[in-house]
Every structure is written in C-alpha cells, then in structure tokens.
Design a protein around this ligand. Structure first.
Ligand SMILES: NC(=O)c1ccc[n+]([C@@H]2O[C@H](COP(=O)([O-])OP(=O)(O)OC[C@H]3O[C@@H](n4cnc5c(N)ncnc54)[C@H](OP(=O)(O)O)[C@@H]3O)[C@@H](O)[C@H]2O)c1
Length: 318
C-alpha cells in the first residue's frame, strides 16, 4: 500500500521536511489513522516503531509498510494501553534499547466497550484513552527529557471535545450512566486538558507537546462511533468523512510547521470534521481544571498500580 497522489502532492506543498535518521513511535499503529501516520513517517524517511497491543496485527502492518519501501526501518513493540504492567514493560524496553525518540504519537484509542475494564480495573475507554496515556506519559518524560534534542510529543484527542465531555468527579468513570459517546468524550476531554497542562509544564524543556485529532475518519473506531450513520457513508455523505490517510496528515503538519506548544491540529471544514489539517481552536474547557484532574488521576493510579506479581510475570524491574 502506498500514499495516494493527492497526499503526495499535499506533502510536497505543505511538508518539505525529511525525517531521515529520526525515530517516530506511533501507538495503535496497526490500523486506521495510526497506520497511516506510520506510513507517512516512513515516507518522510523516519525509522518507525509500531507500538501495538496485538503483535500479529502489528507484524502484518509492518510487512505492509515494507512492501513499497523494503529498506525502511519499521519495528514492532508490544504496548497495551489498558495495562499498567504492559506500559511499564514498554517504557523499560525503550530505555534499555536506548531508543533515540524524535517524535511520539499517542494515537491508540478505544470507543465503545460498555462494562469492560482495563487490566487494572478502570473503565476500558477512559482507562485506555486517558489514564493509560497519562501513566505512559509520566513514565516516559524522565527518559525523553534526558535526550539531547527536541522531542515532539503528540496526544490524539477528538473533535467530540468541542461539543461534549463534561468532567464530573462524583462519577468519573460514568458507571451510573454509561452512554458510549459521553464516556468517550470524557476520556478525550480529560486527555486534552492534561495535554494542555503538560505543554505548559514542558515549556523551556526539550519536549514540545501538541494535540491532533482526525476529524471524523472512516476507520473501525470511526464507524463504531457513527453507528447507524455508518451504513450511509457510501452515499452522498461520504465526502464529509475523512479517509484515515487524510486524517493522519496532522502529524506531517506538526513536524513541518512552527506551532505553539499545546496547540490542536486537525481538519478544519464542517465543524472541524473534514479536510486537510490546520490549526484548530482549542475549546475553553480544555484550558482549565487540570490541577484537579491530575490530583484525581494520581490518586486513582496509586490505588490501582500493578501488583508486584504482575510485574514479576512480565519481567519488569522494580
Ligand atoms: N476515526 C474517527 O473518526 C476518530 C475521531 C476522533 C478521534 N479519533 C481517535 O483517533 C485515534 C485513532 O483511531 P482510528 O479512528 O484510527 O481507529 P482504529 O482504526 O480503530 O485504530 C485504533 C487503534 O488503537 C488501538 N488500540 C485500542 N485499544 C488499545 C490498547 N488498549 N492498547 C494499544 N492499542 C490499542 C487499536 O488496536 P487493535 O487493532 O488491536 O484494536 C488500533 O490500532 C484514536 O485515539 C481515536 O480515539 C478517531
């Protein structure tokens, strides 16, 4: 599989950079927008690490990427965002191999899993999309800040943060009223709020923290979110949904534009659901409330940290 002519043209006109010799890590890179982000990075010359929970799917994605570019460096690392123990093992692996991370894209995400839990007992959607990214990020930062160059750190949020996603600490995991879109929106609002605060915190360091979002893209997750609408996508509505490839270009935009830390990049047409990436406006609710959110998150993580036994089974050093 290779990038379309339109994408190649967009890249030529909007992203005149080479990532040769630079390592880009993409989570959830075996599918949808993550796969296309990895492909774009490969096309720009990067060495790419596909950080995925399912190694079989990740191997298949790597093989697909290598068809057109057999000389590219594409590696697979195991990472399950719904398991603290797996995140610990992943960060240990990056550190032990001394991987010189140039960009890291937290793209993995989950949408509709009512009643399901992460390995550590959190609601699966909030646990994967927010708590997992928070835990991974805080674990990674000491390693990334010790690198001798700028690192681009990107968290993937959602256009849904613009219209939904109230955060309520009395029922943070929404057990009383677990509507999928509301749970998902909360997970992404929390992620955006945390990422905005992280970008502030990292100012003056070598880490440039940004956010991207894919608009509404035709991927397994996107179709799941659209539900009944999905069946109509092949008809007249189709032009209003992005291909995963077009949605993935926010990464190329971020590597080639001088964007202020803590910005949001994504499609900009039809309420930011569709089109090529541009700088978007951040919803105001994302810019406040991070202190309370982080205090809450730290307490939750402290209560659910992986047991010594789980760490032992995964061969993680204390
Ligand atoms: N598509 C849209 O319209 C849309 C809109 C707004 C935001 N987003 C966001 O865009 C990102 C990419 O989604 P997509 O649309 O490209 O969906 P997708 O094709 O379904 O890809 C989701 C990826 O996340 C991975 N993933 C899920 N849970 C994981 C976990 N616990 N650990 C590690 N990886 C995990 C999936 O792995 P498996 O293949 O193993 O399941 C898959 O690789 C997500 O963060 C999503 O929330 C998408």
């Amino acid at each position: 599989m290779s990038l379309s002519e339109k994408t190649e043209k967009w890249l030529k006109e909007n992203c005149g950079v080479s990532l040769k010799g630079k390592t880009v890590v993409v989570t959830g890179a075996n599918s949808g927008v993550g796969f296309k982000t990895a492909e774009t990075a490969v096309c720009l010359g990067a060495d790419v690490i596909l950080a995925c929970r399912n190694e079989k799917k990740a191997d298949a994605a790597r093989d697909e990427l290598l068809i057109d570019r057999p000389d590219a460096s594409v590696k697979v690392m195991k990472l399950d965002m719904a398991s603290f123990a797996s995140i610990d093992a992943f960060v240990d692996g990056l550190e032990e191999s001394g991987t010189d991370v140039w960009a890291f894209v937290n793209n993995a995400g989950a949408f509709h899993h009512p009643g399901e839990k992460t390995e550590d007992g959190f609601d699966l959607v909030i646990g994967t999309n927010y708590i997992g990214v928070y835990y991974l990020t805080e674990k990674l930062m000491p390693y990334l800040t010790a690198l001798s160059h700028e690192v681009l750190y990107v968290n993937t949020v959602s256009v849904v943060t613009k219209i939904a996603g109230k955060v309520d600490y009395d029922d943070f995991f929404m057990t009383k009223n677990p509507r999928s879109l509301a749970v998902y929106a909360r997970s992404k609002v929390c992620l955006a709020r945390y990422t905005y605060a992280l970008a502030e915190r990292m100012k003056g360091s070598n880490i440039r923290v940004e956010m991207n979002h894919p608009g509404v893209a035709v991927t397994p997750l996107g179709l799941n979110a659209l539900g009944a609408w999905a069946t109509r996508i092949s008809g007249a509505a189709r032009p209003f949904f992005n291909s995963p490839e077009k949605s993935s270009l926010s990464f190329a935009y971020l590597v080639s534009h001088d964007v202020k830390p803590g910005s949001l990049v994504g499609p900009h047409i039809a309420f930011d659901c569709y089109g090529y990436p541009k700088l978007n406006r951040l919803p105001r609710k994302v810019k406040t409330g991070a202190d309370e959110l982080i205090r809450f998150t730290e307490k939750e993580i402290e209560a659910f940290k992986p047991t010594k036994q789980a760490k032992k089974e995964l061969g993680i050093n204390e």
